[in-house]
Design a protein around this ligand. Structure first.
Ligand code: NAP
Ligand code: ZN
Length: 356
């Protein structure tokens, strides 16, 4: 009988269905983890529904994984059986190139990182890697993260899972572009990533504004740490913010007008694109950038070292995700709500619902 229970989609339009497969036996540097919770990222949906090119079916998404270590290889010194462990968006990289050795494995120059799902599986047990909508995973210990039990006692394990993608994906650009005291930071979109962006920007000491298309989210945004909330459909409210931001981090999952945000940046301000829509944004105005030396940048998750730093920062500050815990069987419903921006603010799958 296959050793791993999971849920998979078999094509872009199929609903999720039970699926079983074999994970590899742990090698000397491997950690085997019994998964307890997995967050649901909009990237899972983009992939499962072939909104991005290259999905290989069957597809088992999930890259916000937390669980308990069940076996370790002979050379593993950082984890032991019974420890809590987490896995995020990547499970391997070359580990020798300039990016990897600098701690930016997500930008691996040799063959790119190996994503937790839908990347060729170099171990060959399955055609592509399968993610966290599953009962267990086997991962190289260099791609496993530590979770503090004090943090779990404070916020619960389910609320920590989304830090592995939503948390690090916001923490990394906030740190790189200097979010902190004396800076004005905008977060665009109050979904899974955006709500972590608001919490983290606030905790880093920046004056934090949320841009949203959903008027009903304003109160929540303030509770999460936003100093102000701007309805992006309100042209007057947007105009009042012109030339005032040091940094805007845009998490929107659909294509939209970027000029609306570049014009809110100060001289030398930066708009960082995080959202990865299936269709391109309309071309931004060059004039908007030229006349105030503004920058449009992009950022991809964060490296392993920085992910651990973010988890430790969140533990210290009592930060976690606001989650709605669902059984695996409700995943199609969760996706339908995610498309309608109806997520408060991250779905997390309780993997006990896989049974067994
Ligand atoms: P999510 O929970 O669905 O949140 C996206 C938010 O964007 C929505 O809640 C909504 O916020 C806003 N939005 C959605 N459609 C919109 C539209 N048509 N116009 C304006 N605003 C809209 O998604 P997520 O999991 O946070 O992921 C967001 C994006 O980041 C996805 O494209 C995902 O693939 C990408 N991503 C990138 C990285 C990376 O490393 N760069 C990592 C993870 C995910 P309001 O209701 O507040 O407007
Ligand atoms: Zn993600």
């Amino acid at each position: 009988m296959p050793n791993t229970r999971a849920y998979a989609v078999t094509d872009a339009h199929a609903p999720f269905a039970p699926f079983a497969f074999d994970r590899r036996e742990p090698g000397p540097r491997d950690v085997q983890i019994a998964l307890l919770f997995c967050g649901v990222c909009h990237s899972d949906l983009h992939t499962a529904k072939s909104e991005w090119p290259g999905t290989v079916y069957p597809c088992v998404p999930g890259h916000e994984m937390v669980g308990k270590v069940t076996r370790v290889g002979a050379e593993v010194t950082t984890f032991k059986v019974g420890d809590l462990a987490a896995v995020g968006c990547m499970v391997d990289s070359c580990m020798t190139c300039e990016s990897c050795t600098a701690g930016h494995e997500q930008y691996c120059d040799t063959f790119g990182m190996v994503f937790s799902y839908n990347s060729p599986d170099k171990h060959g047990t399955t055609k592509v890697t399968y993610g966290g909508y599953s009962s267990q995973i086997t991962v190289d210990d260099r791609f496993c993260l530590r979770i503090s039990s004090k943090h779990v006692d404070k916020v619960g394990l389910a609320a920590i899972a989304p830090l592995l993608c939503a948390g690090i994906t916001m923490y990394s650009p906030l740190k790189r572009w200097g979010a902190g005291k004396g800076k004005k930071v905008g977060i665009v979109g109050l979904g899974g990533l955006g709500h972590m962006g608001v919490k983290l920007s606030h905790a880093l000491g920046a004056r934090t504004a949320l841009f949203t298309t959903s008027a009903g989210k304003a109160e929540d945004a303030k509770r999460l740490g936003a100093d102000e909330v701007i309805l992006s459909k309100d042209a007057d409210a947007m105009a009042k913010q012109a030339n005032s931001f040091d940094l805007i981090v845009d998490t929107v999952s659909a294509s939209h007008d970027l000029d609306a945000y570049t014009s809110l940046l100060k001289r030398d301000g930066t708009l960082v694109l995080i959202g990865a829509p299936a269709t391109p944004h309309p071309s931004p105005s060059a004039m908007n950038l030229i006349f105030r030396r503004r920058t449009i940048a992009g950022s991809l998750i964060g490296g392993i070292r920085e992910t651990q730093e973010m988890l430790d920062f969140c533990a210290e500050h009592g930060i976690a995700s606001d989650v709605e815990v669902i059984p695996m069987q409700k995943i199609d419903e969760a996706y339908a709500r995610m498309v309608k921006s109806d997520v408060k603010y991250r779905f997390v799958i309780d993997l006990a619902s896989l049974g067994g």
